[in-house]
Every structure is written in C-alpha cells, then in structure tokens.
Design a binder for this molecule. Structure first.
Ligand code: SAM
Length: 329
C-alpha cells in the first residue's frame, strides 16, 4: 500500500510545488563517495536506492557507474533536497526517479517502482550542508532563524513546539538521550524559565550561558541542537525501521551501505548489523537456542570505513563519518 505522503516526481512534473522552499546556495559534498560506490558494488545495469539523496552527490556517482541501463530510486524527506537533485540531475531522468518520502517507506517505493530486484541501498544519515547553512529552518546555532528543524515541512512537530511546550522532564530526557548532554537538567530548566524562545540564536545563547566559562572543542550548543533535531524528525527510530525494510527489499547478494556521523546513530547501525549477521541471538548463558533467528546479513567490512586525511582536509564536515557495509545472504 502506498501511503498518503508518497510523491513520485518525474522530469516532466512541475517543481513549482516546492517553490516556497529555497533553492540551495550551499552544495553538499558527498562523503566517502568512492568508498560508497565500492561498498555498494555498483555495476552497469544494476538497480539502487539512495534513501537520503540530499543534493544528489551520491545519487549522481551511482548513476554514472550503473550506466547505461541501471536505475536509481532517490528518496528524501525534504522537498528542497528533492528539488535540488531534480534540477542538478535533469540529464539522468531516464534512469532516476525521485520520491519525497520517509525512507521508512522504502518498501512501498520499491513496489511502486516495479524494478525486479534491488542490488544496493545507501543511507547517508543526518542532515546536509544545505540544511545546516541555507535552509532558514534553525538547524544551525550560528544563525538567527526560526526554530523549525523539520526535514519534512508537513511534519507535526517543530523545534519551537518542543522548546516552548514540552514539560521540563521531557526536555531533559530528550537532551540526555539524543544529545548525551551532561548539563541536560540545567539546560532544560533554563529553557522552561526563558520561554518563549523563538530563534536558534536565542536557544544557542541560553545554552552558552548554562556552560558559563567552560570552553570545549565543540560549541556548547552542538548537543542541544542535535538532540532537538533528532526528536523533531524521529531520527533514531527511523534508522532501525529503514534498515529492516532495506534487508527485506534487497536481493540476495545485494549490498547495504550506511554512513553515520555520531555515536548514537552508529551504535544503532552497528547493533543492527551485529544482530542480523548472527544465526542465534539468545542470551549468552542460554545453552540451547530458542530464538530460531537466522542471519540475514554478512558483514563486508569488519572495521568501519572512515574518510582519508585528504578528504577530511578538503571537506571538514566529513571528519566524523563512519561507514559500514553488509551483504544480504
Ligand atoms: C547527509 S544528507 C545526504 C547527502 C547526500 N548523500 C548527498 O550526497 O548530497 C542526509 C539527507 O537525509 C535526509 N533525511 C533524513 N532523514 C530522512 C528520512 N527518514 N527519510 C528520507 N530522508 C531523510 C535529509 O533531509 C538530508 O537531505
């Protein structure tokens, strides 16, 4: 069943429906692009799904490698990302189909596409440089923008709603569990005391004051912004759902590639890969297996893949990237 937010776009369709969203002024450089192509084992004539097309960097790299008859389904929750990939990759539209949809719906997208098999699926998690630098949606603590942070502009909850209406306990829990913020209690209390908080700059200043004089390697508001963004977009929950659906869609021998950017994401991916690559997941002390779990994945790289020094110096935002690759059994 295709859900209500299923919106395939083709070259011939008007993109004016996205006109209220700004076109990109910051190009997102694809991270670990060569490694992604190798990890997905992209071959001419293959079919691939890019679950997080962003500005289409990885999508383009896959299209170039699977020419002339390969197909790519490219998904993103953010209409401005779809818009951006659409205009950048116009010349590939015979082989590319775009969907503004949550990757948790990737099985529906696959069914609708009628592609007989899928050879590789990519997740490049998190947010893009465009969203951070130019989307005017309050993702960056360095900018004076309204607190929104939704990838999907029709999403139910904005950062403003969470910051200005959630009880102090809930805020503390969000800061702790999605940001691993050690000063969650203080920051949550100050947020509640300072309402209404309307802009990203106001929120960042409040967190800076909670940190007083202590100066760390990262800006004090980094974890708070990460936590609120994750709560707004349900990011960690989506990863598990998306990965499970990816396995169900890939053909045997098909490749799953995931790039994450911080430990919370990577922990979920690592655990998922570990569980799905084992035949038995009973407690260690269990003598006779009762779970009947069968491995669905084979790990391709035992160690995580990270960007080279050269890539990190050219694209500093790649520095925290960790890539994992597995193959469906
Ligand atoms: C790191 S960027 C991807 C960049 C892209 N690989 C490129 O080369 O330009 C992550 C993208 O994932 C999208 N995204 C995040 N969560 C999503 C979800 N649940 N479903 C679909 N897209 C999602 C974001 O909107 C963002 O555009």
């Amino acid at each position: 069943m295709i859900t209500a937010d299923y919106k395939p776009l083709s070259l011939t369709q008007s993109i004016t429906q996205w006109a209220s969203w700004p076109m990109e002024s910051t190009y997102h450089q694809p991270v670990l692009a060569d490694e992604v192509i190798e990890g997905l084992n992209v071959l001419p004539g293959g079919n691939y799904i890019d679950c997080t097309t962003g500005q289409g960097g990885h999508t383009e790299a896959i299209l170039l490698k699977c020419e002339p008859s390969g197909k790519v389904l490219a998904l993103d929750l953010d209409p401005s990302a779809i818009n951006s990939t659409h205009s950048r990759l116009t010349s590939y539209m015979d082989n590319l189909t775009l969907f503004q949809i949550n990757y948790t719906e990737l099985d529906s997208v696959h069914k609708k596409s009628v592609l007989p098999h899928i050879d590789g699926i990519l997740f490049d998690l998190g947010l893009s440089s465009f969203q951070l630098d130019s989307s005017d949606r309050g993702f960056s603590f360095q900018r004076d923008e309204p607190l929104d942070m939704r990838f999907d502009p029709t999403g139910n909850v904005t950062a403003y709603d969470i910051i200005n209406t959630y009880p102090e306990d809930n805020l503390e829990l969000i800061l702790l569990s999605y940001g691993e913020e050690t000063r969650a209690k203080t920051i949550a209390r100050r947020i509640v005391q300072s309402r209404p908080i309307t802009t990203a700059r106001m929120l960042a200043s409040l967190v800076e004051r909670a940190y007083r004089s202590s100066r760390g390697r990262i800006h004090p508001a980094t974890k708070t912004f990460q936590a609120i963004r994750m709560a707004v977009n349900n990011e960690l929950e989506n990863i598990s759902i998306g990965l499970t659906k990816a396995i169900s869609v890939l053909r045997p021998g098909g490749r799953l590639v995931v790039i994450s950017y911080h430990s919370l994401e990577d922990r979920i991916v690592k655990q998922f890969f570990k569980t799905e690559s084992r035949d038995c997941i009973c407690q260690i002390e269990t003598l006779i297996c009762s779970c009947n779990h069968l491995a669905k994945l084979k790990l391709v790289n035992k160690r995580i893949i990270t960007p080279s020094h050269t890539e990190k110096s050219i694209n500093p935002r790649s520095r925290s990237a960790r890539m994992r690759v597995a193959e469906v059994i």
